[in-house]
Design a protein around this ligand. Structure first.
Ligand SMILES: NC(=O)c1ccc[n+]([C@@H]2O[C@H](COP(=O)([O-])OP(=O)(O)OC[C@H]3O[C@@H](n4cnc5c(N)ncnc54)[C@H](OP(=O)(O)O)[C@@H]3O)[C@@H](O)[C@H]2O)c1
Length: 257
């Protein structure tokens, strides 16, 4: 039996579907009560308060921990501790965690918390696997949607690149790791197929949505985190294993609407 936390999220949805299709007995955690889906049993629980977590873990052999609250990042550490403690009491199942490339090198608040969660898992005594991925296509897509709400000139920070990956491909790798024989500690990073500048990505985005906007990249963002992003610590060019490109994602997401 596999428990997926964050099963209602961008990554959790394709992951639970893939696991159920592979014939796994899938339990899905959410803070809301949800109707059962094909091959998926939902459990109501909150990893921050601990409510429902013990019940959700009963009889579970593998946990895939995808739950996160990027707007209240600090809660992610509390949530991980709750999960680890409950897992220890439930016979130490395999804990599989999805992290982000560069969390150990980029002093950005959300990344610092994710790195602390990684270390809590490594020190937990539980059998574990940690996979770091680059940004999902859906993230720059959502950021660009907000930026293009304001009419006129598009101003982007200078020197930023990204290596976006298809979320379904990350779900596929996680499913493979969850269904594998056992824990693998830190596995190879998972990166999208190409490294692009944010300017290139924005131009592709505007084209896919049929918008005409001048794009400028006037100044670099200040601060240590921005510098670390400019240095490319969130990229994994040696692990550019994803298939679906940014343009393919855009074409299928926007062009046919
Ligand atoms: N997005 C990216 O580009 C990217 C890249 C690499 C790695 N990751 C990592 O992948 C993971 C999943 O990201 P995502 O984009 O799928 O996130 P998401 O869409 O925001 O989903 C996160 C889920 O976490 C659940 N959650 C939040 N707080 C919870 C709590 N206290 N207790 C139980 N569940 C809670 C929510 O479910 P309910 O509302 O149903 O409770 C939500 O559906 C995160 O760890 C993220 O850091 C993301």
């Amino acid at each position: 039996m596999i428990l997926v936390t964050g099963a209602s999220g961008t990554l959790g949805r394709p992951l639970t579907r893939l696991l159920a299709e592979a014939g796994a007995d899938v339990r899905a955690l959410s803070r809301r009560a949800r109707e059962p889906g094909s091959g998926v049993t939902w459990c109501k629980g909150d990893l921050v308060t601990g409510e429902g977590v013990e019940d959700a873990l009963a009889g579970v052999e593998t946990i895939v921990h995808c739950a996160s609250d990027a707007f209240h990042a600090k809660r992610d550490l509390q949530a991980a501790r709750t999960l680890i403690e409950a897992a220890r009491r439930q016979g130490a199942p395999h804990l599989l965690y999805i992290s982000i490339v560069g969390v150990d090198k980029i002093p950005y608040r959300y990344y610092k918390i994710k790195y602390a969660v990684e270390r809590a898992i490594e020190d937990s005594g539980l059998p574990y696997t940690i996979l770091r991925a680059t940004q999902f296509h859906t993230l720059p897509d959502a950021v660009f949607a907000v930026l293009t709400k304001v009419p006129g000139l598009m101003l982007l920070p200078r020197g930023l690149r990204d290596q976006p990956i298809e979320v379904g491909e990350v779900a596929g790798r996680l499913a493979e790791l969850a269904l594998a024989a056992g824990p693998a500690r830190r596995v190879d990073d998972l990166g999208g197929p190409e490294v692009l500048t944010v300017e290139e990505m924005m131009r592709d985005y505007l084209k896919a949505r049929g918008l005409r906007r001048p794009v400028r990249v006037p100044v670099p963002l200040p601060g240590r985190a921005a510098r670390a992003f400019r240095e490319g610590h969130h990229l994994a060019p040696d692990h550019a294993v994803g298939n679906r490109t940014w343009r393919q994602f855009l074409a299928e997401t926007h062009t046919h609407r």
